[in-house]
Design a protein around this ligand. Structure first.
Ligand code: NI
Length: 257
C-alpha cells in the first residue's frame, strides 16, 4: 500500500482525465494521494478534491515564490480550512532562492508565519526548499518551539544536510529525481539514511521518474520511485513499503487507513 504524499492533481494538466486517474489509484496500489495547494486558488481546489474523493487528502499553504499573495485575507482563508479533517499538513511552504529577484526577507517571514499556524492547528508541514538549505535550517531553528514534524518535499541534498533536517524532526520525501542518471547526491543520501526517515511522493505533474522523464508525471509512478529506492538500498520492496507506510501515518496524524 503506497501513499503519494505530494502531488498536484489539482493542476490544469489533469483537467481531461483527472477523474480516471483518481479512480484508478487503488488499482495501481496507490491507497491515497495528498493534493498540494500553493496559493489561494490551488488550496481551494485541493480542498475540493479531498472533500469529493475518499482517497485524496489536502496539503494547503502559500508557496514561497507567491509570498506576496500572503495577506490577511489569505491567512483568514487558511485558518478557515486548517481544521478540516482531510487537511493533513500545511504546505508547500518554505524558501526558494532559485530565480533572480526573490524577496528573501518576505519569504522567511511568511514561512515562519505558516510554521506557527501549523503548530496552532497541530499539523505537520511540507517544506519546499530550493537553493536555500542554510536559511531553511535557520528559520526552522529560530522557530524550534513551533515545529511539529513534517517532510522536506523532493529532498535533493547531501547526507550531511539530510541529517540536519532529520535532527529537527523531519522526514525526507523522495520522488522521480532518485531515478535520474545524474542523481548522485540523492542516491548517496538514500543509501545511508534510516528507513524510518523516508517518505514517497511524485510532485506530479512535475519530475516524472525514468523512463517517463520529461513527460507528465502521475501518482501511479510512485511505484517506480519505490522500486528504485529498494534497489539503491538493497532492501526488499515489501518491507520498505510497509515501513514507509508507517512513516506516513506517523508524520501525517490526520491521515488514516
Ligand atoms: Ni510540489
Amino acid at each position: 500500500m503506497i501513499i503519494d504524499t505530494h502531488c498536484h492533481l489539482n493542476d490544469e494538466v489533469f483537467d481531461e482525465d483527472r477523474v480516471a486517474i483518481i479512480e484508478e489509484l487503488s488499482k495501481n496500489n496507490i491507497q491515497s494521494a495528498f493534493v498540494v495547494g500553493t496559493n489561494f486558488e490551488t488550496c481551494k481546489s485541493a480542498i475540493e478534491l479531498a472533500t469529493r474523493y475518499q482517497n485524496l487528502y489536502a496539503i494547503v499553504g502559500m508557496y514561497p515564490e507567491y509570498c506576496e499573495q500572503y495577506d490577511n485575507e489569505f491567512e483568514r482563508f487558511l485558518e478557515s480550512i486548517l481544521s478540516n479533517p482531510k487537511v493533513v499538513a500545511v504546505g508547500e511552504i518554505g524558501l526558494d532562492f532559485h530565480y533572480e529577484g526573490y524577496n528573501q526577507a518576505l519569504q522567511e517571514e511568511i514561512f515562519a508565519k505558516q510554521i506557527r499556524l501549523a503548530k496552532k492547528y497541530d499539523l505537520p508541514i511540507s517544506i519546499h526548499t530550493r537553493d536555500a538549505f542554510d536559511r531553511t535550517i535557520k528559520v526552522l531553528k529560530d522557530n524550534k518551539e513551533f515545529l511539529n514534524g513534517g517532510v522536506i518535499h523532493c529532498f535533493s541534498g547531501s547526507p550531511e544536510i539530510a541529517k540536519e533536517f532529520i535532527k529537527l524532526g523531519f522526514k525526507l520525501g523522495f520522488g522521480g529525481v532518485c531515478t535520474f542518471k545524474n542523481a548522485r547526491k540523492v542516491v548517496d543520501t538514500l543509501s545511508v539514511i534510516d528507513t524510518k526517515d523516508i517518505l514517497l511522493e511524485t510532485d506530479a505533474p512535475y519530475l516524472a521518474p525514468t523512463p517517463h522523464r520529461g513527460k507528465r508525471n502521475e501518482p501511479k509512478y510512485t511505484n517506480l520511485v519505490l522500486d528504485k529506492i529498494a534497489e539503491i538500498r538493497g532492501e526488499s520492496k515489501e518491507k520498505l513499503e510497509e515501513q514507509i507506510l508507517l512513516n506516513t501515518l506517523n508524520t501525517f496524524k490526520r491521515f488514516k487507513i
